[in-house]
Design a protein around this ligand. Structure first.
Ligand code: ZN
Ligand code: ZN
Length: 309
């Protein structure tokens, strides 16, 4: 997270985006609710409900950014990164509730299907909301990439998924009005509900991984090993590498085998070199290195530089 610019400045930039996300979510919700009100379409109702999820998600994200950026303190010496998972779990639950509400509404409209009122007016209002959402998703993805913030990129991609759904609903409803197939309206609502359920599953799954201290993925693991190998000249071996991810922070620990007669000062220099290299490559990394003498080595003493056991 400290990759670009001063951390404080970066945090302010991300917090500003989070505030604007709340504003945009409210505006989009207003338009979508109006579009539903005008037409009575159950598909547009589901589109609007999906927007209420975005409003709550935007608030939760703002809260998580504030808490998770607090520096470590006596009560939380490892930092506050996991705050992000609380907001994610809340978001996941709300998403599932929204999907269930939509399915209930589909059932109701199935029972007494009425033709859409003022469909073109409603679709125009809904179209404006979708354009606003698409522009905002683009801004979030671009800002997230330049700030190396996976959370922002994920938010942007989430909204982009909604845009795709909305476009699908829009096209489907235009088809429904032109052909007179009323079944298209509830059918589209069911598709939106399934999309929302899928998003909820994804959000809950990734936050559970975080709460379970999941390791970094295999590519990242290889990258970390490469960085350690390239910067541990003077050491004999590295073993017991463990990683875990908490929010935007990556925790890395491992054992570093050195010659048992090496002065502490010298082995500490090797540790600092590795730590600096990891910090330069990985945002918000915490490294703990346990130095051991050569009789703790797991591999027979080899000729290659710093093998992993
Ligand atoms: Zn060991
Ligand atoms: Zn030190």
């Amino acid at each position: 997270m400290i990759a670009a610019g001063i951390p404080g400045e970066r945090k302010r930039r991300i917090a500003t985006l989070a505030v604007w996300s709340i504003v945009v979510a409210f505006v989009v919700l207003g338009f979508k609710a109006a579009a539903w009100w005008i037409t009575g379409s159950v598909a547009l109702y589901s589109d609007a409900l999906e927007s209420t999820v975005n409003v709550i998600a935007a608030f939760a994200a703002y809260w998580a950014i504030q808490v998770s950026h607090k520096p470590a303190d006596d009560d939380h010496p490892f930092g506050h990164h996991k705050a992000e998972y609380f907001s994610a779990v809340l978001e996941g639950v709300l998403i599932v509730v929204a999907a269930l509400l939509i399915l209930t509404e589909v059932w109701r409209s199935w029972q007494n299907a009425a033709p859409l009122e003022q469909p073109w007016k409603g679709l125009a209002v809904n179209g404006v909301a979708t354009v606003i959402n698409a522009v905002w998703a683009g801004i979030l993805i671009r800002a997230g990439r330049s700030d190396k913030s996976p959370a922002l990129v994920a938010d942007g991609q989430h909204i982009m998924t909604d845009v795709v759904t909305s476009v699908g609903v829009f096209v489907g409803l235009v088809g429904a009005v032109l052909t007179g197939w009323r079944i298209l309206d509830p059918a589209l609502a069911v598709i939106v509900a399934l999309n929302i359920l899928w998003q909820g599953w994804h959000v809950i799954g990734s936050s559970l991984n975080g709460l379970m201290d999941r390791a970094v993925d295999i590519q990242e693991n290889i990258r970390i090993r490469d960085i350690i190998s390239a910067n541990s000249k003077g050491a004999i071996e590295v073993h017991d590498l463990k990683t875990r991810i908490a929010g935007r922070a990556t925790f890395i620990e491992f054992h570093l085998i050195v010659d048992g007669d090496m002065p502490v000062r010298e082995s500490h220099l090797i540790c600092d070199r590795i730590e600096d290299a990891l910090k330069a490559e990985i945002p918000s990394v915490r490294v703990v290195i346990h130095v051991e003498p050569d009789d703790e080595a797991k591999l027979p003493r080899g000729t290659t530089a710093v093998p992993f056991a």
